[in-house]
Ligand binder design. Sequence first.
Ligand SMILES: [Fe+2]
Ligand SMILES: [Fe+2]
Length: 159
Amino acid sequence: MCDHCGCRAYPRIAELTAEHEEILTLAWVLAEAERAGEPLPAEELAALTRMLDIHVVKEETGLYPELVHRQDLSASQLAELETEHEEIHQTLILAHFGRREYYALAAHIEVEESELFPSAMFGFEDEDWEALDVAFRAADAMLVQPAQPAHHGSSTVPL
Ligand SMILES: [Fe+2]
Ligand SMILES: [Fe+2]
């Protein structure tokens, strides 16, 4: 967590941080179920998948591009973070989420909170925060627009 740097004072960073806390809470429930040899609880699995879908869009269309724009995120770091998003998504599709997956998710979040969020706080200009607002509003709109049924050869899932 990044309480020390004050980035929670920035609403969009505070929003991502709050989402991280909810994501980790849900992910722990899944990991505990798998550890106990039980099926993953459907409600938590669906909630985590839905929350991550929105969260990842906020990061991949808002936070990450602005950090790249400010040269605070390299192409290789960007590729690594986006690959991790995809890996997390795949584990949820396969309904396989144990301690290993939980700690991989926690490590991803730790990098974001300890490196990316402070970079945003110290490096972003007004135009970056405005671009972040636009991206986040578009991501939030996904919550009120249920996904359309998938058609052959295309996906409506924005990941
Ligand atoms: Fe992320
Ligand atoms: Fe994140």
